[in-house]
Design a protein around this ligand. Structure first.
Ligand code: AKG
Ligand code: FE2
Length: 216
């Protein structure tokens, strides 16, 4: 009996992008994908984010409720808007369709047991950053995978800053992986393992959608 036979039995179409994500995660604990969403889908999401921002719906991001405002300011400076999956617009509908397809793929192939998800839009105005951290620091170890998609304009200048830096452990040695927030680019990484930071945005506004796939 071949592997193909097994796939047929599970009525399962292999998806090359999802397979690359799984391979990358197994090997490196992170994956960078530039074609996860169609360019038209990225445009829709960017417009949706900007529309909400113009309507003043974004809030200053918090870290934990016992940390005071000035400390928060020195750690992260972004504004966020949590997306409610039960109240989606066309863009968010498109987004969650893709995410849900990925989640069922991961659950079927890797038995990851992803049950919950949470996503927010984020805007980093000029001068803001998010200091080095790990995404499970808010006494919530259910976050399994972190997911970011950058929604910057097509003419985003790499000199605008706002790079995502991943700190990777390689046999007791730390290396850095610097990732430009190019429009449409998706980065997925293991929330419980990879420390990371967002470098200061030196010009323009850095736009993204960020979220977590969670267990239990
Ligand atoms: O926007 C990014 O590149 C990462 C954001 C981040 O680390 C977070 O929101 O926890
Ligand atoms: Fe983070």
């Amino acid at each position: 009996m071949t592997d193909n036979y097994l796939y047929e039995q599970l009525d399962f179409d292999q998806n090359p992008i999802f397979e690359k994500i799984i391979d990358d995660l197994l090997k490196d604990k992170y994956s960078i994908i530039d074609s996860f969403f169609d360019p038209s889908g990225v445009d829709l999401l960017r417009s949706s984010l900007l529309e909400k921002y113009e309507k003043d719906k974004f809030k200053k991001a918090a870290i934990g409720n016992r940390v005071n405002e000035s400390i928060i300011q020195s750690i992260r400076g972004d504004f966020i808007f949590w997306i409610n999956e039960n109240k989606t617009n066309k863009a968010e509908n498109y987004f969650f369709n893709k995410i849900n397809t990925l989640v069922s793929y991961l659950n079927r192939t890797c038995f990851l047991g992803i049950l919950y998800k949470e996503f927010h839009y984020a805007i980093y105005p000029e001068g803001t950053f998010y200091k080095r951290h790990i995404d499970t620091f808010m006494n919530d170890d259910r976050r399994k995978l972190s997911f970011v998609c950058y929604l910057n304009d097509l003419d985003w200048d790499p000199n605008n800053g706002g790079e995502l830096v991943l700190y990777l452990q390689d046999n007791d040695k730390e290396t850095c992986k610097t990732i430009l927030p190019l429009p449409g680019r998706v980065v997925i990484f293991e929330s419980q393992i990879i420390e990371h930071e967002v470098k200061p945005v030196t010009a323009s506004e850095r736009l993204s959608i960020t979220g977590w796939l969670k267990t239990r």
